[in-house]
Write a protein that binds this ligand. Structure first.
Ligand code: GN1
Ligand code: MG
Length: 370
């Protein structure tokens, strides 16, 4: 179905003047649509939810409905009380003309429209310590916002998401396939990455074991707090919103903490091909942690703190494993524009993991001072 026809099914005022691809997400298809009338302009985000990734896209929309209801109420009441030094924002669902939160196209795909956070941008790489600190504050504030949500109102958006031991099982199963055997046989680099994983199988279990022992408890988490999902106000340079809310669900906040740091502290970005440029930047990490703790420090327990380093080491390992498994499976999960892209993305994450291991003592020192 044509995009302009699709978006005409939503309740948006004005005349559609442009609709174009937007952002660099690896999962959903995202477009920016601009509407104008005589005196004003409205910009909205149109998205197709990826059915290959999210088994029940309707569940994603029910969750988003509940999440935004909870957070908008809290944001408005905090703003009234003057609790914050800034306006925190969160996208709103724009309903279809039939009052539903989404539209189905003729293939059965779910499309949604949400408001765009105006006068704000997200970046693919950290711009410096101040930016990193604002990313920390935005994630910390988001954790505060969702901390008192009833976990029962959200359904599991993506079964198995961030369960590292499951990704290892998938990887092991993929290794048995003919495609994977051929790809591994043909590339020294792929063999090197396979060895990297073998040497770190125990790492996969560090947070899962702590949770089983009762040391860490599930809370609400974002699921995908990478740097380009954190909006920064163009005017003030301050963090103003977390976007990409599809994976918000009960989980360990450590997964968010580690995931945000693996993304923010790698100034080379996820697509770098020169591994020499991939390092874990401790100044950015220190700044991020400062911003995070300012907003979320009050609900960090000693046990939480004890596992922060593990989370920083685990998340690049997990993402590298996911990229590598997808490469060996023929690139079926993450969007790619060339066949080796997921292999290269895995190389970057594993190099970052090595860089974190090499700096363990000094990263632990940073964490101990928080
Ligand atoms: C995916 O959609 P996007 O690009 O924000 C992925 C994350 C990965 C990220 C790596 C649902 O996020 O888990 O960390 O790519 N999201 C899902 O770039 O798998
Ligand atoms: Mg995402």
């Amino acid at each position: 179905m044509e995009l302009s026809l699709l978006i005409s099914k939503f309740n948006i005022k004005g005349r559609l003047v442009a609709i174009q691809p937007f952002g660099n997400g690896n999962i959903n298809d995202t477009f920016l649509a601009i509407y104008r009338n005589t005196f004003s302009e409205t910009q909205v985000i149109l998205q197709r939810v990826n059915r290959n990734v999210f088994p029940e896209p309707e569940v994603i929309m029910e969750n988003m409905h509940e999440l935004t209801k909870h957070c908008h109420e809290k944001l408005e009441s905090d703003a009234e009380k003057g609790r914050d030094d800034r306006v925190w924002q969160m996208p709103r669902i724009i309903k279809a003309k039939d009052s539903k939160d989404y539209v189905l196209d003729d293939k059965g795909d779910v499309w949604r429209v949400i408001t765009r956070i105006m006068s704000a941008h997200a970046f693919d790489i950290a711009q410096g310590p101040e930016h990193a600190m604002e990313c920390g504050a935005a994630l910390g504030h988001f954790h505060y916002l969702i901390s008192d949500m009833d976990p029962k109102v959200l359904k599991d958006p993506l079964p198995g998401f961030h369960i590292t031991s499951n990704y290892l099982k998938n990887y092991d199963a993929t290794l048995e396939t003919q495609t994977a055997k051929e790809l591994l046989g043909a590339s020294m680099e792929a063999k090197r990455l396979a060895k990297f994983i073998e040497e770190r199988r125990d790492l996969a279990l560090c947070l899962e074991t702590a949770e089983k022992k009762g040391e860490l408890k599930k809370r609400m988490f974002h699921g995908d707090p990478k740097v380009n999902n954190i909006m920064i106000d163009d005017v003030t340079g301050k963090g103003t919103a977390m976007i990409d809310l599809d994976t918000v669900s009960p989980g360990l906040i450590h997964l968010d903490f580690g995931d945000a740091l693996r993304s923010i502290c790698n100034p080379a970005g996820e697509e770098e091909t020169n591994l020499a440029k991939v390092v874990f930047d401790e100044d950015l990490a220190t700044a991020f942690c400062k911003g995070y703790m300012r907003e979320a420090g009050t609900f960090m327990t000693d046990a939480d703190r004890a596992y922060l380093f593990d989370s920083i080491r685990l998340l690049p390992f997990e993402l590298g494993l996911r990229f590598f498994q997808d490469y060996l499976a023929g690139n079926v999960y993450f969007k790619t524009t060339q066949p080796e892209q997921n292999l290269n993305r895995a190389r970057v994450q594993f190099r970052l993991c090595e860089s974190i291991e090499a700096r363990e003592r000094s990263i632990r020192n940073v964490l101990a001072r928080l």
